[in-house]
Design a protein around this ligand. Structure first.
Ligand code: ATP
Length: 588
């Protein structure tokens, strides 16, 4: 229990002060509550001994009134401090995790499902935010309340005080048993909650596939299973705790009765006066009231402990550029030396070396799965090479801080992700402080200003999550506008292979031409024209660069490149041929 409380305060960080304030107020609250007993003692004494005067009565009423007022005010303040502290603590943590995720190696996202990460910053964090402060408060308050009243009653009669103390110790023993049980069953509950978030996310994200393939039942089944599992674990946890709660409650009730019996016995044998005896009889049922609540709440301690661990695991995952420095490269030349890389054990790049001079265009081609995208991801340090090195301007990319490295790159991938925000803000992502005029200028150059202006709310149109409300071609051009606005010296472009209609295709090509003007360009190329015009072509096959050079040279060599060109030409010819058009492969 102490360990979890410590962990909670360490987790709270700088917000721990607010939590401590809440707990300090809860302690004062316990003292105010204990004062009620003192007031009661004064009244009882006055009545029993016949010494009650108006003055004594008013004094005791005043103490009682003050203690109640104090208890109400301190409780209210304590609750406010804890609520504010816990909310701010989790807001800080969520922001820190959000910042950190940007700098984590992509391998982290391979090893941890989206559901697990989402659950950690939503559900799990909510446990820490909402449940933990209440549990901590009730537990600390429960024990402190019992301790203060015990001390007070020890002062009136040490024998009764000892009985009460014994009750607390036996209760703690039973509580220890419950926590031991909790240690075995709580992890499954937290895991089931996290799995449920994952299942819901997957279900919603894959809803179009579910519909297209009529898989509603199968997909729903997985979700149902996760819901069942979550329900089973939650209900199981409650049921498992019932006997322990009953035992704890029984112990406290028995000791309360023992206090009553002992007080009467001491009175009858003449070793306790009537005032103290009456006071003990009344107090017997107050002493443990808060402790009982603390006992039932402590069942949740283990779940809180695990929740904190889950969040901290993400929070403490090492980021990639811990040692990186803000470097401005001397040039934009890129060089890879003997680069090897594997995803887990699957080797993707094997001893690959290349040079991309500044201001040139390099096309990377090769069969699907050959490692083209991976190579680009290594240059931009989405992943780190296993061996060898990649340099930008002569400095290893690992020497750079991620921010200073990525400032040099604009990337446009086939799969464009737009945020659930306005078009304006989506483009502004390339340069957060850009003015509306700058955004519009970039959009014009990316050939998307006209379609944006035709939307009812123009640049303020919300695009829906992932850009769902726009066509594929429109999304592509918005991502190009973003890249144009960023105006980075190196452009990495994965050319779209999806069938875009001729109108969109030509606008897309114009947009790409604008984006790539006077830049160092690395292109995963699919179009013949792009490939042919590149100063350097790298042919990647099965993790190795099997051919490199200009178009003419590689055509003359024959091999994979010549085959690729032949296939592309045939594919284009077939497409246009079906429309009955004459075509010139060289002009494509
Ligand atoms: N995040 C990842 N985790 C594990 N394996 C991956 C990951 N990304 C890609 N791979 C695997 O690495 C191999 C190379 O993928 P990569 O995307 O680099 O190929 P590519 O040449 O760009 O293919 P394509 O032309 O089809 O886009 C593939 O077999 C792919 O399954």
């Amino acid at each position: 229990m102490i360990g979890t409380i410590r962990k909670f305060f360490a987790f709270a960080g700088k917000r721990g002060k607010l939590m401590q304030k809440g707990i300090a107020l809860a302690l004062i609250n316990s003292i105010f509550q204990a004062l009620q007993i003192l007031a009661l003692a004064v009244v009882l004494q006055g009545i029993v001994e016949g010494t009650m005067t108006a003055g004594t009565a008013w004094t005791s009423f005043a103490i009682m009134f003050l203690s109640m007022l104090g208890a109400i005010l301190t409780r209210q303040r304590a609750t406010m401090a804890q609520a504010e502290g816990s909310f701010m603590m989790c807001a800080d943590k969520r922001t820190e995790i959000g910042d950190r995720l940007k700098y984590m190696p992509m391998g982290y996202f391979n090893d941890h499902s989206l559901g697990a990460i989402t659950a950690a910053v939503t559900n799990t964090m909510e446990d820490v935010q909402d449940i933990a402060p209440r549990v901590m408060d009730k537990i600390i308050h429960g024990y402190v309340h019992a301790a203060i009243i015990t001390l007070m009653l020890l002062f009136f009669d040490w024998r009764i005080g000892l009985i009460i103390l014994a009750g607390i110790l036996v209760f703690m023993g039973a509580n220890g048993l419950m926590q031991k049980k909790s240690r075995t069953i709580s992890p499954a509950r937290v895991a089931a909650q996290s799995a449920l978030v994952g299942a819901v996310l997957e279900y919603v994200q894959g809803i179009s596939v579910v519909r297209a393939f009529n898989l509603a039942q199968a997909a729903g089944h997985t979700l149902d299973q996760a819901i069942d599992e979550c329900e089973k674990n939650n209900v199981g946890l409650e049921i498992a705790f019932i006997p322990y709660m009953f035992l704890q409650s029984l112990i406290l009730k028995l000791f309360s009765i023992l206090v009553v019996i002992a007080a009467i016995a001491f009175y009858l044998t003449g070793s306790m006066n009537l005032t103290t005896c009456l006071l003990m009889l009344i107090s017997a049922f107050i002493i443990y009231s808060q402790l009982e609540t603390a006992g039932s709440m402590s069942a949740l301690l283990r779940a809180i402990d695990i929740s904190i661990d889950r969040v901290e695991e993400i929070h403490h995952t090492p980021v990639m550029d811990e040692l990186g420095k803000a470097i401005h490269p001397q040039s934009y030349a890129i060089e890879g030396r003997n680069v090897s890389f594997s995803y887990d054990k699957k080797k993707i790049l094997d001893d690959v070396s290349f040079r991309i001079p500044a201001g040139t265009t390099t096309a990377i081609i090769g069969p699907s799965g050959g490692g083209k995208t991976t190579l680009c991801h290594l240059i931009t340090r989405f992943w780190d090479v296993d061996s060898g090195s990649i340099t930008l301007g002569g400095r290893d990319v690992r020497d750079y801080s991620l921010d200073s490295l990525l400032a040099n790159f604009s990337m446009v991938f086939q799969k464009v992700y737009l945020f659930n925000d306005t078009i304006l803000n989506n483009i502004r992502f390339g340069k957060p402080d850009a003015t509306l005029e700058e955004v519009r200028e970039a959009a014009k150059r990316a050939r998307c200003d006209d379609f944006i202006m035709m939307l009812p709310e123009g640049y303020d149109t919300m695009v829906g999550e992932g850009g769902a409300t726009l066509s594929g071609g429109e999304r592509q051009r918005i991502s190009i506008a973003r890249a144009i606005l960023k105006d980075a010296p190196i452009v990495i472009l994965d050319e779209a292979t999806a069938n875009v209609d001729p109108e969109n295709e030509s606008r897309l090509q114009e947009a790409i031409a604008e984006m790539t003007k006077n830049k160092t360009i690395i292109m995963i190329a699919h179009r013949l024209k792009t490939v042919r015009n590149a100063q350097q072509i790298l042919v990647l096959d099965q993790g190795r660069i099997v051919q490199r050079g200009g178009h003419e040279q590689l055509m003359a060599e024959g091999g994979l490149y010549a085959d690729f060109i032949g296939m592309r030409a045939a594919a284009v010819g077939w497409k246009l041929g079906r429309k009955g058009l004459e075509m010139d492969v060289q002009g494509v």
